[in-house]
Design a protein around this ligand. Structure first.
Ligand SMILES: [Zn+2]
Length: 104
């Protein structure tokens, strides 16, 4: 299954501790079918000091999650939805919401 999710998409998390969160995709790894979603699967990362005399710090960063753990957010339906594709008359392929058939 190829992921239909692109960077900048709004998605709804459907599993894990961040279930129900509605957030923006900030990175996509198509080969691994993994995505990074803003504020989801936050992980503490220790940062080494860059300069001498500077202290290392602990920052929270979102870690990649599998794309099957999210649904695309459909503005029209107001919730997460499965996405499909359809071809326009001019042959252009667009992504649609399977529920309302609107472009998402
Ligand atoms: Zn919809």
């Amino acid at each position: 299954m190829k992921t239909k999710i692109k960077k900048g998409d709004m998605v709804v998390v459907i599993s894990g501790k961040d279930r129900g969160k509605n957030a923006k995709v900030i990175n996509v790894f198509p080969k691994e079918e993994r995505i990074v979603v803003e504020g989801v699967a936050m992980k503490k990362v220790h940062r080494r000091p860059r300069k001498q005399g500077q202290k290392g710090e602990v920052v929270s960063l979102p870690s990649p999650i599998h794309s099957s753990n999210v649904l695309l957010y459909c503005k029209n339906c107001g919730k997460g939805s499965r996405a499909g594709f359809k071809f326009l008359d001019d042959g252009k392929k667009v992504r649609i919401c399977k529920k309302c058939k609107n472009e998402i």
